[in-house]
Write a protein that binds this ligand. Structure first.
Ligand code: OMP
Length: 233
């Protein structure tokens, strides 16, 4: 496998050293038991927030330059997406003020507000704008579908999704039999909505980069998990 690009390697190192990417035994939303967990809520220290906002901004700039992504607003789904989208917007403008100095951010409320300015969205209005969703992790894609529905209801046009981590997992089988090959959440979302989706890191990147930063036992368990749940596409 090709070496990780420097910004991805820096991000992985900060995630492990900062305790954001943990190894052990964790139950996922899907009920699968995973030997690793990435908690974007743990980027609460200034240096870690800078590490993640830099990684998002560089990933977004790369995708934009390649011609695959054009957007007006960076949208962070509540709650964990909110600081991620806000910090990524700030970092984009810092890294390239000419291109991103006027980029906007916005996020949703979990509960609609019926007084004051009211509504479901805080920040830039979405109507008629191209929206880039910035979120933490893709496992099954359920949270991304919910975010897309909210944005479309507000009249926004979803332009793409950027996540910190693609777990590369196959969708849970309808009959509960996870031993059969299955398609990935990311692939299904791309097909269903026709939008580009980018991940700063994938599970393959984590396994490659964790050697030397995590114990050989954790590497082995993570490889076994990949062998069991990795999607076929
Ligand atoms: P969807 O793939 O869109 O359903 O989103 C996966 C969600 O699972 C994330 O937004 C997190 O809330 C949570 N999650 C993590 O935060 N980190 C992980 O490593 C794994 C999960 C998970 O439960 O799958």
């Amino acid at each position: 496998m090709a070496a990780l690009s420097p910004y991805k390697a820096d991000f992985l190192k900060a995630s492990i050293e900062g305790g954001v990417l943990k190894f052990g035994s964790f139950e996922l939303k899907s009920k699968r038991i995973s030997p690793y967990f990435f908690n974007a809520g743990d980027f609460y220290r200034a240096d870690l927030l800078q590490a993640i906002s830099t990684a998002y901004a560089k990933c977004i700039i790369e995708a934009h330059k390649s011609g695959q992504l054009d957007f007006d607003i960076v949208f962070g789904p509540a709650y964990k997406g909110i600081p991620l989208a806000t910090a990524a917007t700030d970092k984009l403008a810092q890294l390239d003020p000419e291109t991103y100095g006027k980029i906007c951010y916005s996020f949703d409320r979990k509960e609609a507000k019926d007084h004051g300015e009211g509504g479901n969205i805080v920040g830039a209005p979405l109507k008629g704008k191209r929206i880039l969703i910035v979120d933490d992790v893709i496992t099954a894609g359920t949270a991304k579908r919910e975010a897309i529905a909210k944005i479309e209801k507000e009249g926004g046009i979803v332009a793409g999704i950027v996540v910190a981590l693609d777990r590369m997992e196959k969708l849970p089988a309808a009959d509960g039999d996870d031993s059969k090959p299955g398609p990935s959440a990311m692939g299904e979302l791309r097909k269903e909505y026709g939008i580009p989706i980018f991940a700063i890191l994938t599970l393959d990147d984590i396994i490659e980069g964790m050697r030397g930063l995590a114990s050989p036992e954790d590497v082995k368990k993570t490889e076994e998990y990949r062998a069991k749940y990795k999607a076929s596409d």
